[in-house]
Each structure stands twice: as structure tokens, then as C-alpha cells.
Write a new protein. Structure first.
Lengths: 117, 112
């Protein structure tokens, strides 16, 4: 089946530094990737949608200059949290969607637990 | 405003019972519907998807969809303690490249 690898699984960083999270589709080409954020006891909130080779589309309230998304290939998307602050501490999850129609394969990565200290 | 609503629970059932989880959605244009299970600290895992009105069965799980009522449910038969998790309902408008919109999830606790 479709597999999405997400790294790192956990990261602790100091306030003011940047953190990069990678999301790779291992056995399929992901035409679209989605980035979600989940705070404790909350649901997954969509942050942005990225299509290979084009700029990401951000949801209302998500700062595009703070959360940089790059989708340079059909198998890799990265999310960089710039100048991280404690309020950015959250569980970040990517989802990749393969080709083959709009109902084809929403596969989730294993998530990244970010703690900003 | 596209919304997916779920009762947060917790829903508590004894082992072997049927657990019934419900979800409503606001956008009548929604085309596809998914149930995910999420254990604490883990990423969601897909249980079932459903696209047409009616029931869809897969093992102990049955998804039910009623587009007229904008309602989708998940039944878990013969509930097991390992089913204890948060169940997320997700909806998609069906347009190419659009994301899943999630409800807040219902926490299920199955006691042995």
C-alpha cells in the first residue's frame, strides 16, 4: 500500500530557531500534499495545500512567511517552521494524495511532535 | 464555513457491545467521507471510506451515509479494548486536490 514517511518524529528546538520537517511518499507519486497541525485534544487543522512545482495555498490564519512549504518533487514536501516560538509547539502531520481521481489515497505520515523551549 | 461535527464523548461501552459513532457535516457538496482512528500521540489511520448513500461493511465496522440528512456514522460490532481510541470523521468536497476536513473526534473507551 501507499506509504508516507515523515521525519523527524520528534524535535525539540530553542525559541527563535527554525525547524524543517520532511514528508516523502515512498511508493507513489504525490500530486498534492497537505500539512495539518494538531494541538492536544483538538482535531487536525489544515494548514496548507501544496502541489508539486507550485506555491502552497495556505488556510486563513496561517502565516505563509512563518510556515514555509516546499514541494519540489512528486515525492517530497517540506515544512519549515521559521523563528519558532513555544506557541508553535504542536503535532504536525503531512498527508499525501496520489494520482488517480479525487478519491484516490489520502495517506498520512506518522507525524512530528515539535516542542519549542 | 465548512464544518464537521462530532460528539467529543467519551463514549464508553463494554467489551463485546456495539459502539455507534456519529458525524454531521455542513457542506452539501461533500462527496467522500472517511473514518479514521487515532491513538494518543499517533497519526490517524484509515478505517473506512464511503461515497454513496447506504451502508458499507468491512469486518466489524459498518459505515452509514445519508447525504440528505448530511449524516455519516460508524458502527463497531463486538467492541474490543484495543478499539479504545479517538475516531475522526473526515469529509472531502470531491474536487481534485482538495484536503480532508476533520471533525474534532469522538473518544471511545471499551472496558473489559
Amino acid at each position: 500500500g501507499a506509504v508516507v514517511s515523515q521525519h523527524p518524529s520528534r524535535v525539540i528546538c530553542k525559541s527563535g530557531t527554525s525547524v524543517k520537517i520532511e514528508c516523502r511518499s515512498l511508493d507513489f507519486q504525490a500530486t498534492t500534499m497537505f500539512w495539518y497541525r494538531q494541538f492536544p485534544k483538538q482535531s487536525l487543522m489544515l494548514m496548507a495545500t501544496s502541489n508539486e512545482g507550485s506555491k502552497a495555498t495556505y488556510e486563513q490564519g496561517v502565516e505563509k512567511d512563518k510556515f514555509l512549504i516546499n514541494h519540489a518533487s512528486l515525492t517530497l514536501s517540506t515544512l519549515t517552521v521559521t523563528s519558532a516560538h513555544p506557541e508553535d509547539s504542536s503535532f504536525y502531520i503531512c498527508s499525501a494524495k496520489g494520482q488517480g481521481g479525487f478519491n484516490y489515497g489520502y495517506t498520512f505520515g506518522s507525524g512530528t511532535r515539535l516542542t519549542v523551549v | 464555513q465548512k464544518e464537521v461535527e462530532q460528539n467529543s464523548g467519551p463514549l464508553s461501552v463494554p467489551e463485546g457491545a456495539i459502539a455507534s459513532l456519529n458525524c454531521t457535516y455542513s457542506d452539501r457538496g461533500s462527496q467522500s467521507f472517511f473514518w479514521y482512528r487515532q491513538y494518543s500521540g499517533k497519526s490517524p489511520e484509515l478505517i473506512m471510506s464511503i461515497y454513496s448513500n447506504g451502508d458499507k461493511e468491512d469486518g466489524r465496522f459498518t459505515a452509514q451515509l445519508n447525504k440528505a440528512s448530511q449524516y455519516v456514522s460508524l458502527l463497531i460490532r463486538d467492541s474490543q479494548p484495543s478499539d479504545s481510541a479517538t475516531y475522526l470523521c473526515a469529509v472531502n468536497l470531491g474536487q481534485a486536490g482538495t484536503a480532508l476536513i476533520f471533525g474534532k473526534g469522538t473518544t471511545l473507551s471499551v472496558s473489559s
